[in-house]
Design a protein. Structure first.
Length: 288
């Protein structure tokens, strides 16, 4: 690794994040956006989103249906909806494309456009600059960010490894992310204190599919700094850095493609994580 990369890497290790403006071209961003439009146009609403609520028991089955839908989404392309966009029969109350909050979690494996971006030569080169020896892709998501804020969190809460420090997020702005439309905010240096909360698979038969162990500390709002970034920019996110996004108060959307990579060398992926590799889809190597 030559001298020229060290300032950025130093910054990443110091802050727990790194902003790389114009990492992807406008054309690459537009190809992802038009591909997602096709995917949404062909989307079928999953049956569990269409049942009419009537009894408590059916509500539990409904919750179970949506939890199974989530838990088994690691090796599929699945749709997650904003609250209140479907009526009780599962019909859209607003335009279909505005109803989806995110699509996950295996776009990188099953969609040619997102696969090409995830494994693009620049991403692989960045992995090598970061010293990743056996990086594998664990999940990917397309996030529409129409409205909701995302509370302060650490990615390792959801993607736990032993040892910690082996998860890295690649967050790609497909349009400008501003303070008005919900850019990310970070607490610099907060990746060095471990994690206090984990999301784990609940015991079978439990009413929810996952549960939280531990608690999220109260963060001081004044410690967060905003990271606005232009279309095509990439933010590298350390698995333990604390970050959030405010709600989108603008008229414009804030589309993002994000994926997570794990350094597999000498690392154990927690069996309690909601997301598990499967025989059909073991975590693919980042390097091709």
């Amino acid at each position: 690794s030559g001298e020229e990369q060290s300032p950025g890497l130093f910054q990443f290790h110091k802050d727990g994040f790194l902003v790389l403006e114009q990492f992807f071209s406008a054309e690459e961003c537009d190809s992802m956006r038009s591909q997602i439009q096709k995917i949404v146009a062909e989307m079928e609403v999953p049956p569990h989103c269409r049942t009419e609520f009537s009894t408590k028991e059916q509500e539990q089955l409904q919750a179970q249906g949506s939890s199974d839908y989530f838990l088994t989404s690691g090796n599929k392309i699945r749709f997650f909806f904003e609250k209140g966009v479907l009526d009780e029969k599962g019909n859209f109350l607003i335009p279909k494309e505005k109803s989806v909050s995110k699509i996950g979690h295996a776009l990188h494996a099953y969609d040619p456009v997102f696969k090409q971006i995830t494994h693009s030569p620049k991403v692989q080169e960045l992995g090598r600059k970061l010293g990743l020896e056996r990086p594998v892709v664990v999940q990917s998501m397309y996030i529409f960010k129409s409205l909701l804020a995302v509370t302060p969190h650490q990615d390792a809460t959801f993607l736990h490894t032993e040892p910690l420090g082996r998860i890295l997020g690649f967050w790609i702005a497909l349009e400008d992310a501003t303070q008005e439309n919900g850019c990310l905010w970070f607490i610099p240096g907060s990746h060095t204190n471990g994690i206090t909360r984990r999301m784990v698979r609940a015991a079978s038969g439990a009413s929810t599919c996952v549960e939280f162990v531990g608690s999220e500390p109260a963060y001081d709002d004044k410690q967060f700094i905003p990271l606005p970034i232009s279309k095509g920019g990439l933010i590298l996110i350390h698995g333990e850095v604390v970050h959030k996004s405010e709600h989108n108060s603008s008229e414009s959307s804030r589309h993002v493609f994000t994926f997570h990579v794990m350094e597999a060398k000498g690392t154990t992926w927690s069996k309690e994580n909601w997301l598990q590799p499967t025989p059909e889809l073991p975590f693919p190597s980042l390097y091709t």
